[in-house]
Design a protein around this ligand. Structure first.
Ligand SMILES: *[C@@H]1O[C@H](CO)[C@@H](O)[C@H](O)[C@H]1NC(C)=O
Ligand SMILES: *[C@@H]1O[C@H](CO)[C@@H](O)[C@H](O)[C@H]1NC(C)=O
Ligand SMILES: *[C@@H]1O[C@H](CO)[C@@H](O)[C@H](O)[C@H]1NC(C)=O
Ligand SMILES: *[C@@H]1O[C@H](CO)[C@@H](O)[C@H](O)[C@H]1NC(C)=O
Ligand SMILES: *[C@@H]1O[C@H](CO)[C@@H](O)[C@H](O)[C@H]1NC(C)=O
Ligand SMILES: *[C@@H]1O[C@H](CO)[C@@H](O)[C@H](O)[C@H]1NC(C)=O
Ligand SMILES: *[C@@H]1O[C@H](CO)[C@@H](O)[C@H](O)[C@H]1NC(C)=O
Ligand SMILES: *[C@@H]1O[C@H](CO)[C@@H](O)[C@H](O)[C@H]1NC(C)=O
Ligand SMILES: *[C@@H]1O[C@H](CO)[C@@H](O)[C@H](O)[C@H]1NC(C)=O
Length: 414
């Protein structure tokens, strides 16, 4: 099988197993042109030409091109560039306040701005007089506030790496319908307002907030609904929880981006709290199966909470040699360094257990654990303990297995 067929097969299997709409014809309309690219009928036209046509049509942007060596839509999305004929550079003049200066030969066309290591602490004061700025690169400055960018309605590329801003509002880029690249790495970003990425509906392909101070990430900033994107990079932050501030809930008719890379590696995550009845329902998770998710370098705890997700992907492991989900368990010790894929492939789902403590009503001197893989059982192992009384502990749990062996326990469960 060629890679393309494997991908096609992957999409089909996932769609037929995980969603309510098993057949091609029930695919959401907006995804059909992308899937047609996998169809050999198209081979009569050069693939690069087809990709360019799809790119321009789907995003309604004649100014976009992608690398002519692209073979797949995802290569194309990840190599796009903007092609405009009449571009001038605006100069930043440092005064007490910085201002933008046009060169005398300017044709009043589109503009680029670049200035590095200029100690700018805010945008040039007259920036809103130039809505046709298409590219801004003000990396290595000291900018603390980016809200003003929302007046630059033609903006395509916004690069502000190595600055000092802390807060990203969900309205700043809302009306910039041409924004394609947002690079904000190495700032002091502590918070991204919820509802930012899920509402993006233009041609945002690259979003980079790596190397910042984020500690939470809202589910509405992980999931995208724009037809396709290239990459969202949240790596190298301190994210320790996935929130759902707006109480967002996936629906049977929810649609997500067809493909994209989500990089959450090198953070402080321990559990996938993303899959939840009050968030992304597991039965809709298959809609993300073409995404690649990088999640290495976190402190993943591979316990009973991972089980439902593991169970749902178990089916695909014999068919595919790798899942596009890259994480490595940090604990328990027995599973350390195992990938999620290793566990599922080795049918080791029974090792996904949660130990219960006194606080969960496990009797002292006993060992208790919940093991969903084996008939959803909860084991209370008091064997060999000196325990003589046993009241109605753990009665909150179903399918209890209690080991009485080798002690003089009197069962007082009623
Ligand atoms: C620069 O701005 C600061 C505060 O905005 C002001 O106090 C100062 O006098 C200004 N300096 C010049 C040279 O304009
Ligand atoms: C933007 O964030 C605020 C909370 O900070 C929230 O109330 C609002 O609903 C969000 N907007 C969208 C469009 O999600
Ligand atoms: C996204 O924008 C396109 C074109 O502007 C529009 O046709 C489509 O309905 C929008 N999709 C959503 C989910 O808002
Ligand atoms: C999806 O379904 C919900 C109810 O199940 C409905 O309220 C909503 O309008 C639907 N959305 C779309 C885009 O069809
Ligand atoms: C993230 O995890 C590291 C290593 O466990 C720890 O040193 C650090 O304090 C954590 N950071 C936050 C913000 O929780
Ligand atoms: C896990 O991997 C790290 C780094 O590769 C290594 O130092 C460590 O010994 C490994 N631990 C186990 C239990 O295999
Ligand atoms: C029963 O428990 C005693 C001590 O509590 C221990 O010495 C003995 O080996 C145990 N026997 C079995 C069969 O586990
Ligand atoms: C498995 O057991 C837990 C705890 O006893 C219970 O909450 C859950 O509903 C059970 N799940 C199934 C599928 O039986
Ligand atoms: C109960 O515990 C004893 C001693 O640890 C063990 O030999 C036996 O297999 C256990 N029984 C069950 C049903 O797990």
């Amino acid at each position: 099988m060629t890679r393309r067929n494997v991908l096609l097969c992957f999409v089909l299997i996932i769609l037929s197993v995980h969603t309510e709409n098993p057949i091609w014809s029930n695919l959401p309309e907006h995804l059909r042109p992308l899937l047609q690219l996998l169809n050999p009928e198209y081979s009569s036209k050069p693939i690069a030409q087809v990709l360019r046509e799809v790119l321009q049509a789907k995003f309604q942007r004649k100014d976009l091109r992608c690398s002519s060596s692209s073979r797949y839509i995802r290569d194309c999305i990840c190599t796009t560039y903007q092609k405009l004929d009449d571009i001038d550079v605006l100069f930043v003049e440092m005064d007490n306040n910085s201002i933008l200066i046009e060169s005398s030969t300017s044709y009043h066309s589109y503009y680029h701005i670049y200035t590095f290591e200029n100690d700018l602490s805010s945008f040039p004061s007259n920036i809103c007089e130039f809505p046709k700025i298409v590219k801004i690169d003000l990396s290595f400055n000291k900018i603390t506030d980016i809200d003003l960018v929302s007046c630059i309605t033609f903006l395509d590329t916004f690069i502000l790496n190595h600055n000092l801003f802390e807060y990203l509002s969900n309205t700043t880029f809302l009306h910039l319908k041409f924004i394609r690249v947002i690079y904000l790495s190495h700032n002091r970003l502590k918070f991204i307002e919820p509802g930012f990425l899920i509402n993006v509906n233009g041609s945002l392909f690259e979003f980079d907030v790596s190397y910042n101070y984020l500690t939470t990430l809202d589910i509405t900033n992980i999931l995208w609904t724009q037809i396709i994107f290239c990459q969202a990079d949240f790596s190298h932050n301190s994210i320790n929880s996935i929130t759902n501030v707006l109480n967002w809930k996936s629906q049977d008719n929810s649609t997500f981006s067809f493909h994209g890379v989500m990089d959450g590696s090198f953070n402080n995550l321990t559990h996938f709290s993303m899959f939840n009845e009050n968030g992304l329902n597991l039965k809709h998770a298959g809609k993300l199966e073409n995404w690649a998710i990088f999640a290495r370098g976190n402190h993943w705890i591979c316990d009973c909470k991972v089980y439902p997700f593991a169970k749902s992907v178990e089916l695909f492991v014999p068919v595919f040699s790798q899942l596009y989900f890259f994480m490595t368990c940090d604990s328990p010790r027995k599973l350390k360094n195992k990938t999620f894929f290793d566990i599922v492939a080795a049918s080791a789902l029974d090792q996904l257990v949660c130990h219960l403590s006194l606080a969960d009503w496990c009797p002292p001197q006993c060992r208790c654990f919940y093991q969903p893989a084996l008939e959803n059982r909860t084991v209370v192992d008091c064997s060999g303990s000196k325990i003589t009384r046993f009241s109605s502990v753990l009665s909150l749990y179903g399918n209890l297995e209690i080991n009485f062996s080798n002690n003089s326990l009197r069962n007082e469960i009623d």
